[in-house]
Design a binder for this molecule. Structure first.
Ligand SMILES: *[C@@H]1O[C@H](CO)[C@@H](O)[C@H](O)[C@H]1NC(C)=O
Length: 580
């Protein structure tokens, strides 16, 4: 307190006392640029509160700073947390921008500027609040070489940051609040809940369903990993957040809402989901406008869910199974591409592989959930329908193309139908021996989000290894890919984990300061500093073909995060926990 009083007296500006005690979390006019260990470059850029001839800028830090380099003028150290930058050469009118570049050297944790004044006049308006940044709730476990259990915990935690609708009391991501509470009101239904797709806020049903299917598959077949990491309940909650929403979106017999939010409207808004005001239209499939990929994948997700909850909540398990059966019948009987019926999805998540893979996948999951052999026969029928054409080569396992997952599952559920085994072996061999790789060793199945493609195949490698398929080799391959993602090249691609992880993901809500600070239009998207909220556990898209990667918020190809990116990834982590 004495320090603050002395400063106020020294400067003869009583308001500075107020300024310093009513400190903001961060001053919105300082952005951190290049960061190194124990120092960073930063830019102070703010409108002058009044006309000026000569500038002195007071900077107050939340943590100790050793020294500041300011080459345009001079820097005075008042104490460890208060510096004054002085530049007599600057003059201008009120409202003109004063920009100073400086470098801060510090002894420990990174300090941020919490308050500032220009020529004695306070200027930070508290747009950054006093809410402390969330500490990672996932404890290290000591697992080596990477802490797979801790990353599994974080990877599931990421889904809490993507939640839409009313948030529950046990929500661990405390910088998120209730949002999109009007979803469905345009069509007279309650379509609140579910997940925002990625760095945006559209609820795209098709990839959301794949996300649920993969989280559920991991919970079933890597259950021991989930158990020993203490993540079973969290994993189930992540799954149920999607499937509760699917039950709401199933509004009538053969009627299912597959998207809420318009891609164009949504993507032109950069801000919090809590503060969206654009229209969020609800779009459905039904008997007159069907959609087999969407209905099929949702059927698969709900069949998986019925297995996950069989011994946990029998009533829920039965309820989701009924809907799964109905949606599969709908998908099979009324065959149409879902983007024809929900055209807005075409620009984002058109299923290029068509619907035979979802029909096959749904039938196999329904067999696993029911033991009803007619589903196995129908699965063989769907298998036979998959077109064999040069541009239909199997080169990925993803939200679009489920074939490799279905073939894997087929080897377990229908071993007599040997095509499944031949096909999955062919695919995994192709990935290991013929697919492109970055020089650093990441399998490079797509320029868009290669990390998740690697994680998706890693899941299948672990799973097939457990079935006895080239076990040692497939496990080694998968562990290598997850190793690349977690830090083999000196950087981690999982936010909040490991060395040099991404700090500027293309993700709207985490780029905003804590409430009640406004998420200035344009500011949060483009400011150079780290996202104010650490989006723990999110896997970013990944490097270019030569391992090059820039931690750039504007780069949605390499630096976005998404629900589907994490879905098989968490399963692969559970597999690694089992092997440790
Ligand atoms: C933004 O959302 C938060 C959380 O719901 C709310 O407290 C705040 O008032 C909203 N701000 C605006 C400008 O709507």
């Amino acid at each position: 307190m004495t320090g603050v009083l002395t400063k106020a007296l020294l400067l003869g500006v009583a308001t500075l006392t107020l300024l310093h005690t009513a400190h903001a979390d961060r001053c919105e006019y300082v952005t951190i640029g290049d960061e190194w260990t124990y120092n960073y470059g930063a830019v102070f850029s703010a409108p002058a509160p009044s006309d000026y001839s000569g500038v002195s800028v007071d900077l107050y830090f939340n943590r100790p700073v050793d020294s500041i380099d300011y080459y345009q003028g001079s820097a005075q150290k008042v104490d460890d947390q208060h510096f004054i930058l002085i530049d007599d050469s600057l003059s201008g009118l009120a409202g003109s921008i004063i920009e100073l570049k400086f470098q801060a050297h510090f002894p420990g944790a990174q300090p941020v500027v919490t308050a500032a004044a220009i020529n004695g006049e306070p200027i930070c308006d508290g747009a950054w609040t006093t809410v402390p940044p969330l500490q990672d709730p996932c404890d290290p476990t000591g697992m080596m070489p990477y802490d797979y259990a801790q990353v599994l915990c974080m990877g599931i935690l990421f889904y809490e940051a993507e939640r839409s609708g009313y948030l529950p009391a046990d929500q661990r991501i405390t910088w998120r609040y209730d949002s999109a509470l009007g979803d469905g009101s345009d069509v007279g239904h309650d379509l609140t809940g579910g997940y925002y797709d990625a760095g945006d806020h559209v609820k795209f049903g098709f990839p959301m369903a794949f996300t649920a299917t993969m989280i559920g598959w991991g919970l079933i077949d890597f259950a021991d990993g989930y158990k020993s990491a203490g993540q079973v309940e969290y994993g189930q909650a992540a799954l149920k957040w999607a499937t509760d929403y699917f039950l709401k979106a199933h509004t009538a017999h053969w009627e299912f809402y597959g998207q809420v939010g318009n891609g164009g409207y949504d993507h032109s808004y950069w801000g919090r989901p809590e503060n969206m005001t654009m229209e969020r239209p609800s779009m459905k499939i039904d008997e007159t406008a069907p959609g087999s990929e969407l209905a099929g994948e949702t059927a698969a997700a709900l069949a998986v869910t019925s297995i996950v909850f069989k011994d946990v909540d029998a009533a829920y398990s039965a309820e989701v199974l009924d809907v799964a059966k109905e949606l599969y019948e709908f998908a099979d009987a009324k065959r149409e591409h879902y983007h024809i019926s929900i055209p807005d999805a075409a620009g984002y998540y058109q299923s290029w592989s068509g619907y035979y893979d979802e029909l096959l996948w749904a039938a196999l999951w329904l067999y696993r959930a029911t033991d009803d052999a007619t589903y196995l026969d129908r699965a063989r029928g769907h298998y036979a329908e998959i077109p064999v054409t040069p541009n239909n080569r199997l080169e990925q396992f993803s939200w679009d193309d489920k074939r490799a997952g279905a073939f894997s599952l087929g080897t377990l559920l229908d071993p007599e139908f040997t095509s499944y085994a031949t096909d999955i072996q062919t695919f995994l061999d192709w990935v290991k021996h013929e697919a492109p790789y970055t020089p650093g060793g990441l399998v490079y199945l797509d320029t868009w989000g290669p990390n998740r493609h690697a994680a998706n195949v890693a899941f299948l490698m672990f799973w097939n290894a457990n079935q006895g398929l080239d076990a040692a080799e497939n496990r080694q391959w998968a562990q290598g890919q997850i190793g690349y993602i977690l830090g083999d090249t000196g950087r981690s691609f999982v936010i909040g984990y490991g060395q040099n992880y991404p700090k500027r993901p293309h993700h709207r809500s985490s780029s905003c300061p804590s409430l009640p600070g406004t998420c200035h239009d344009g500011w949060a998207e483009k400011q150079d500093g780290p996202n104010p909220q650490t989006l723990y556990g999110a896997l970013v898209g990944g490097p270019g073909a030569n391992d090059e990667y820039t931690d750039d918020r504007m780069d949605y190809v390499h630096n976005e995060v998404a629900c589907d990116y994490n879905a098989a990834f968490v399963g692969a982590l559970a597999a690694l926990v089992e092997l440790n």
